[in-house]
Design a binder for this molecule. Structure first.
Ligand code: FA5
Ligand code: MG
Length: 460
């Protein structure tokens, strides 16, 4: 069901992306301001911090066991992005409030997992020509309607990785002890480290993180999980060691906090059990990746039925921010020489921020339309539910990179009318220059008008 949460004014009848033409329909919600980011390929620009970060991570997942790939075209089918991966029909990720649709069957990929099946099929195809290449990494630009702040941007980069092990084609469970032992031998090949990692949860939790017991033994899953965790911890420690060296070498040579890492239980439709890895950074836990034991059904449907394995997906910007001490995710898109000239291939040095320009905070308060208060039951009156991402999209469409963050600062329901009121604070701040008061006023005025025009709110 296509709940139209925001109108697309003057929609074109087709969109041209990477040389292909796609017809639009009621699902289309990808604005030109997003399309204009396609094709920059920052991760291939060798002196760019995202490319330097890519290389560093790829060095931890290297040949001959891993092939390192990239995927240029961000247009994928809903089948690749969701169906193949087992996303249920009502998963919020499929919603037009969260995903940029080209049309009802086509999206800008929301994650690199959209390519998992193709890479598993490639491993199957190359089984005889490249038998040792049983894993891969793939980097790509991904697109999400999301919050606006210093660590979220509607276009960002992910790197996906996976590793598979063979199992006997018939009755693999009978041989699971041998399979587990083989995997544990590979775990022992990954150098140990001495960083303390918080990992309080058992690998398998019957409800939250179940064993795929018709396919796997607990022993096999423990072995794959050990390989996954040690591989990713080693990668993060490598990144952090480089970041510490850069910090020590920088002017002032500020003392780095010791690395703190933790594993958190997670949920993904295509892995079980699943985890997220978090790193303590600037006073807070920062989620840098999601991962897990690949669902066997996906492997069965991807020409590798007789394998078991893990997969991860990480945010390249999150790692690059940690590595270079880059304070704002918008900077990656900067064409300002004061930013770009600070990075050189193969070289990790701390970013020296150029002067920070003043913030300009402006608030907007509004009443939601009456139907939205009751949860927007569209059957009763055709009203649409309010979704915060629509506010973000409106602000992004007008302010673009001149908005640093948008936060909900107040929310209440009127005791008598039970109407709901929201107040958002928008921080207008350019990374490159001081905005004039007129400029931010003008943007803010447009934001207010568009909130009324597209979301039907009543300004207070
Ligand atoms: C995923 O996208 C899964 N596909 C990851 C995965 C792959 C799980 C393979 C299991 C197996 P998630 O939505 O949590 O998961 O995003 C992964 C990472 O992308 C996050 O940990 C974060 O580092 C980064 N990320 C997510 N949203 C943003 C954003 N708006 N801006 C920058 N980075 C983001
Ligand atoms: Mg996550």
């Amino acid at each position: 069901k296509a709940t139209t949460t925001s109108k697309i004014p003057q929609q074109q009848s087709s969109l041209k992306i990477e040389g292909e033409t796609y017809p639009t329909d009621q699902w289309t919600n990808t604005p030109d301001t997003i399309l204009s980011h396609i094709g920059r390929r920052l991760y291939l620009d060798e002196n760019h911090p995202l490319a330097i970060t890519r290389k560093l991570i790829e060095s931890q997942f290297a040949a001959p066991n891993y092939g390192n790939y990239s995927e240029k075209n961000p247009v994928v089918s809903t089948r690749q992005n969701f169906d193949v991966l087992g996303f249920p029909a009502d998963h919020p990720g499929r919603s037009r409030t969260d995903t940029y649709y080209v049309n009802d069957k086509t999206v800008l990929r929301t994650h690199t997992s959209a390519h998992q099946q193709a890479y598993f099929q490639q491993i199957a195809r190359n089984e005889h020509t490249r038998p040792e290449e049983v894993g891969y990494t793939v980097i790509a630009d991904v697109y999400r309607r999301d919050a606006i702040d210093r660590s979220h941007y509607p276009v960002f980069h992910q790197m996906e990785g996976a590793m598979l092990w063979k199992r006997p084609a018939t009755n693999p469970l009978a041989a699971s002890a041998e399979t587990a032992a083989r995997i544990m031998a590979d775990v022992e090949k990954i150098p140990r480290h001495d960083v303390v990692v918080e990992d309080p949860n058992p690998t398998i939790h019957a409800q939250r993180n179940p064993l795929q017991d018709e396919h796997h033994s607990a022993e096999e899953v423990e072995a794959v999980a050990a390989h996954l965790k040690r591989s990713l911890e080693r990668m993060v420690i490598k990144v952090f060691t480089e970041a510490s060296k850069a910090a020590a070498a920088s002017s002032g040579g500020a003392e780095q906090e010791p690395l703190k890492v933790r594993w958190v239980e997670a949920y993904f439709p295509f892995t079980s059990p699943s985890w997220e890895l978090e790193v303590f950074w600037q006073g807070d836990w920062l989620e840098i990746l999601g991962c897990g034991i690949i669902k066997q059904d996906l492997l069965i449907n991807s020409d590798v039925p007789d394998r078991i394995g893990w997969a991860f997906g990480l945010g390249i910007e999150r790692i690059a921010m940690l590595l270079f001490n880059i304070p704002d995710i918008r900077l990656f898109w900067s064409r300002d020489e004061r930013f770009l000239s600070q990075f050189r291939a193969g070289h990790i040095a701390r970013f020296e921020p150029f002067s920070k320009h003043p913030a300009c905070y402006k608030d907007v308060a509004f009443w939601l339309p009456p139907a939205a208060v009751t949860g927007g039951n569209s059957a009763a009156g055709g009203a649409v539910p309010f979704h915060e991402n629509d506010v973000m999209e409106i602000v992004r469409g007008i302010g673009g990179d001149l908005v640093e963050d948008v936060t909900l600062i107040d929310e209440f329901t009127h005791p008598k009318t039970s109407r709901k009121s929201m107040c958002y604070r928008i921080n207008y701040r350019s990374l490159e220059r001081t905005l004039t008061n007129e400029e931010s006023n003008e943007m803010h005025l447009k934001v207010r008008e568009k909130l009324v025009g597209e979301l039907g709110v009543e300004l207070r």
